[in-house]
Design a protein around this ligand. Structure first.
Ligand SMILES: Nc1ncnc2c1ncn2[C@@H]1O[C@H](COP(=O)(O)OP(=O)(O)O)[C@@H](O)[C@H]1O
Ligand SMILES: [Mg+2]
Length: 292
């Protein structure tokens, strides 16, 4: 566990925080919080949160969350702005370590180990649980070097050309860039940059890929390419996607977790159930656009 860097989260990557956005209120819809929407519905989760809470200084951003992330599926996390979606996502690979004010309590299990244990190397963890952000953030390097970065940094350079090609193919970018691998990643279009970031995350062979609104900065064509890609990625990886686009969540995910104002996970179930017949009135109100 002595790797100096996580391939998908090099220091120059900025974390996404939406703390300047106003929380949307769903006030007026009080309902007794009875059912626990959580772990029970997922057998053999790849990642499992247990009573996970987050405070930013003394402000609680997440109420205790317990949920399993299903293996080999796409899990969508939806909810109004400010409800803690990004906060939760960042807990899954300890990106909140990079946010000074953030304080995480509870457990996040990955491969039967709490990733918040002292002996866990967050950098090595982030190679297994990679992340893609809202705003594509390629390094100011060639396309090739963007993808090869994590492998080179840990001296893992056998068959590098083939592995770069493979990652670009899996990210559905190879055909567009195969003859220009020396070109700067920054010269690609937004959608291509995002697929490059996905290729960079894939290159080190992660188990889980976290995506925080990966298409919200993209045009409709690029968005649809990313959505198609997410479906393909789920054949090899477990994917967790934060989105505030409910149609997108309905299109691309197998399961959906709904967070509502106050940082509370209100319901987590099969996507079809969430969108057609949710258990909670507040979820139905949110899905049908009554607020948020
Ligand atoms: N770095 C931060 N410092 C302080 N508060 C933050 C920070 N990041 C997020 N928050 C607050 O935590 C809450 C949840 O934010 P976030 O997880 O970004 O929500 P979402 O992604 O659902 O929009 C919000 O009230 C937000 O203002
Ligand atoms: Mg967010």
């Amino acid at each position: 566990m002595s790797d100096p860097i996580g391939s998908t989260t090099a220091p120059e990557i900025e974390t996404e925080t939406d703390h300047d956005q106003d929380a949307v209120s769903d006030a007026g819809t009080t309902e007794p919080e009875t059912s626990d929407p959580t772990i029970a519905s997922v057998s053999d989760p790849v990642v499992e949160a247990r009573d996970l809470t987050v405070h930013y200084d003394d402000v609680q951003a997440l109420q205790p969350v317990s949920m399993g992330i299903p293996d080999g599926e796409v899990t969508a996390i939806i909810g109004p702005s400010g409800c803690g979606k990004s906060t939760f996502l960042r807990c899954i690979n300890r990106m909140n370590d990079l946010v000074d004010a953030a304080n995480v309590d509870g457990e996040m299990l990955f491969e039967d180990k709490n990733i918040y244990d002292e002996d866990v190397d967050p950098v090595a963890l982030r190679r297994k649980i990679g992340m893609v952000f809202q705003k594509p953030n390629p390094f100011p390097k060639s396309i090739y070097d963007n993808v090869a970065y994590g492998l080179k940094v840990r001296g893992d350079t056998d068959n590098l050309d083939e592995r770069v090609e493979e990652a670009l193919k899996r990210a559905a970018l190879w055909e567009e860039v195969s003859d220009q691998l020396d070109k700067s990643g920054l010269d690609l279009s937004g959608g291509q940059q995002q697929r490059l970031c996905i290729a960079r995350a894939i290159a080190t062979d992660p188990e889980v890929i976290l995506m925080d609104e990966p298409a919200s900065a993209l045009d409709p064509v690029a968005t649809s390419q990313i959505e198609d890609l997410i479906a393909e990625l789920a054949e090899d990886y477990s994917v967790v996607v934060v989105t505030h686009n409910m149609q997108q969540a309905a299109r691309i995910s197998d399961k959906t977790a709904v967070f509502l104002t106050g940082g509370k996970l209100v319901e987590f179930d099969n996507t079809q159930k969430i969108f057609e017949n949710p258990d909670h009135q507040r979820v139905e109100d949110y899905i049908t656009g009554k607020f948020g």
